[in-house]
Design a protein around this ligand. Structure first.
Ligand SMILES: [Zn+2]
Length: 150
């Protein structure tokens, strides 16, 4: 029997830090199967002037770089928001084992809605997906951020 440990708190910390930098508050963390943190990141599209600098992409790059490998088989990714189609494709390319996400994203989500990347026959890899992890906290962070923008 395995005991589920929720590592979303680390992703939430990254999301909060991103929000404080004026980025959309989304955070991600990648862990090895034994629960060791390999990489964590928040959105940096504004800081890097880079439309693809999503938290998941940055975390995948950092983890692969730290480990000196191009794939992350068996690794876990926690992200505060449902990955978009681009990030879902990157997750499949990295062969990440399990994806845990918080808030669902009716606007840009690409996992449970929209492109549903992992459900395509062309998706080379389908991770296990667990949604709704600390969902309220993840949602509120985004809501507060966009409310403050108005
Ligand atoms: Zn994305």
């Amino acid at each position: 029997m395995s005991i589920f440990t929720n590592h979303m708190d680390i992703a939430l910390d990254e999301a909060r830090a991103a929000g404080q930098r004026g980025e959309v508050p989304v955070g991600a963390v990648i862990l090895s199967r034994d629960g060791q943190v390999i990489a964590q990141a928040g959105n940096e599209t504004r800081a890097q002037n880079d439309p693809i600098a999503h938290a998941e992409i940055l975390a995948i790059r950092a983890a692969c770089s730290a480990l000196g490998r191009e794939r992350l088989q068996g690794f876990d990714l926690y992200v505060t928001l449902e990955p978009c189609a681009m990030c879902a494709a990157a997750i499949a390319a990295a062969r990440i084992g399990r994806v845990y996400y918080g808030a669902s994203d009716p606007k840009s989500g690409g996992v449970a809605q929209g492109a549903r990347v992992f459900d395509h026959a062309q998706s080379h890899h389908k991770p296990e997906v667990y949604d709704g992890i600390s969902a309220k906290e993840c949602e509120n962070l985004l809501k507060d951020f966009f409310a403050a923008k108005r």
